[in-house]
Design a binder for this molecule. Sequence first.
Ligand code: ABF
Length: 232
Amino acid sequence: MSDPDPAKLAASRAAIELVRDGMRVGLGTGSTASVMVRELAAKVQAEGLALRCAATSQATADLAESLGLRIESLDQIGWLDLTIDGADEVDPDLNLIKGGGAAHLREKIVAMASDRMVVIADPGKVVEQLGAFHLPVEALAFGFETTRELIRRALEDLGLKGRPILQRLRDGEPVITDEGNYILDLALEAIPDAPALARALSAIPGVVEHGLFLGICHLAIIGRADGSVVEL
Ligand code: ABF
């Protein structure tokens, strides 16, 4: 594997300093979380820590297990002390957009099952207002076009620009999540009232989960290319 991005490495190293022997830890998804999982596996081995870990995606579970971390289901562990995950956007109040990696459903469940949810990111993820990044919405395949239309109408009611676009792989096939659902990306440019949008999306029956994480994150560790970090 090539050398990890220094900003992601700095954030990851600072975050795993929070991990103590015996902790129950949620492992995030994405390239930043992958760097953290590698660092955590090295720490566990070097310090002989006993951890119980739950993963937010099959990809993360596979990576963690390949590095010697034992993954259990969230229900086996029950509750977590700490979850460390990436994000697509972080605002000054620690509200997030997540789900660019199509894993936000499991990520949100794991985050909300944690005493502490810590985001690791590089400075490019820090924004004044959420919304430049496309907001992912996981939707059931059943009645998918109805769900898309209901989302479109909800956006219109809220005066938001943008339309729901089915997320596709390079070969044109729809992205299918770990739970077998589709992802709709909402290209909104800006989200002036994130709680109102979150409520409207959650009220649509075919919406399984959206990527707005409001009031869930406790700490964001922003790594910089020079190896330093800032905390939000
Ligand atoms: C997960 O991975 C997601 O919720 C977010 O979409 C993405 C961030 O990925 P990366 O660290 O690769 O930018 O944390």
